[in-house]
Design a protein around this ligand. Structure first.
Ligand SMILES: O=C(O)CCC(=O)C(=O)O
Ligand SMILES: [Fe+2]
Length: 378
């Protein structure tokens, strides 16, 4: 069965590894300037101001202990593709520990960090965002990707001290895997899909064999944040992503008709993004949210993304219960590996590459319309 590492290995991204020490720069080098200081900023739209969060313009916050959590999540996914969660069961000490591990890692000297550099066809290790290759300008950030055990790389970074950091990562991965499974069923329930309806979730519905990657991100303080970009606009290729940000804002999501909106940090809350694969599974009902990270002049920002996808051999397709005479399947079945290949080539156009039928215009589709449909897909 192909693993996530195999998937990345077969779709290498070549990034030049030379990485200046961003913390030492007093001025923004041209290679990092996404807009000129006088330019009206429209396209990759560096409007850094966020729209003030009136009730309708606030990323929804869902209490997972609420008996109606599933239906709140459903509404959030239809209109936003992102929501924050509280009462998620992840201990605050674990959130603090993973943040401390990230801080310790990114504060190492540049040459030291490069001991754990990600190889061009590798998935794990230190380096620039994989999406960098799609943009002419560099991003004001550093990342560290972990698939499976970080032992090999952590030994290179902390020869005498790696066990405590490995232990933190392992505990974090375990807790995230459980939470991701729980979120998957809340999402499924909101679409009227039960455990019997999802073969690849396994006989006990525990998503055994699901794949995941952990992405640590650091956004150093920036001398000219209005012209820089921390992480350019993208959607995640995942089913879902669980993001922990420290108490510094920077994550923005794009809303049709409104523009870029900041997702404000809420102490102890986690952010859940719908990824492209869930968009496919939901037959386009749930949005995979376009998001980016902006930077600031005074405070270093950290985030930890748990990128969650299906088992390597699972074909993800619009679920049969969401397909009917009035709503044909919009996408063809794909494995995560195949989809990552499409993304590596076509980036933000990847979803349209697996489309089989243009989405109908004219509003949201009513889930109840097809709950009893027996049409099979894939
Ligand atoms: O740092 C953030 O807030 C966003 C990170 C992200 O989008 C990613 O790692 O895919
Ligand atoms: Fe992302």
């Amino acid at each position: 069965m192909p693993s996530l590492s195999d998937a990345f290995r077969s779709h290498p991204v070549f990034l030049h590894q030379k990485h200046p020490d961003l913390t030492s720069l007093q001025e923004l080098p041209d290679s990092y300037a996404w807009s000129s200081s006088s330019a009206a900023t429209t396209d990759n739209s560096l409007q850094h101001q966020h729209h003030d969060a009136t009730a309708d313009h606030r990323v929804p916050v869902v209490d997972l202990d609420d008996p109606n959590a599933s239906s709140f999540i459903g509404s959030a996914c239809k209109s936003w593709g992102v929501f924050q969660i509280v009462n998620h069961g992840i201990p605050s000490a674990l959130l603090r520990d993973i943040e401390l591990a990230g801080k310790a890692l990114f504060s190492l000297q540049p040459a030291h960090k490069l001991r754990a550099a990600r190889s061009p066809d590798g998935v794990s290790g230190y380096g620039r965002a994989r999406i960098s290759s799609f943009f002419p300008k560099l991003m004001w950030s550093e990342g560290f990707t972990i698939v499976g055990s970080p032992l090999h790389h952590f030994r290179q970074l902390w020869p005498d001290d790696y066990t405590k950091y490995c232990d933190t990562v392992e505990r974090y991965q375990e807790a995230m895997q459980k939470l991701a499974g729980k979120l998957m069923w809340l999402l499924m329930a909101s679409l009227g899909i039960s455990k019997e309806d999802l073969q690849w979730a396994g006989p006990r519905g525990d998503f055994n064999g699901a794949s995941a990657a952990l992405q640590l991100n650091s956004y150093p303080t920036c001398p000219d944040p209005e012209r820089a970009m921390g992480l350019a606009a993208h959607t995640d290729s995942t089913l879902l992503t669980i993001l922990h940000q420290n108490n510094i804002s920077g994550l923005q999501v794009f809303r049709e008709g409104t523009g870029w909106m900041t997702v404000p940090p809420i102490t102890g809350a986690l952010i859940v993004n719908i990824g492209d694969l869930f968009h496919i599974l939901s037959n386009g009902l749930y949005q995979s949210v376009l998001h980016r990270a902006v930077v600031n002049r005074t405070q270093q920002r950290f985030s930890v993304a748990y990128l969650y996808g299906p088992p390597g051999n699972a074909k993800i397709s619009p679920h049969a219960k969401l397909v009917g005479p009035s709503r044909p399947a919009l996408y063809r079945p794909v494995t995560w590996n195949e989809y990552l290949g499409t993304k590596a080539k076509h980036f933000n156009e990847a979803l349209s590459c697996v489309e089989v039928c243009a989405p109908k215009s004219g509003g949201l589709f009513d889930v109840s319309e097809t709950h009893n449909s027996s049409v099979q897909v894939g």
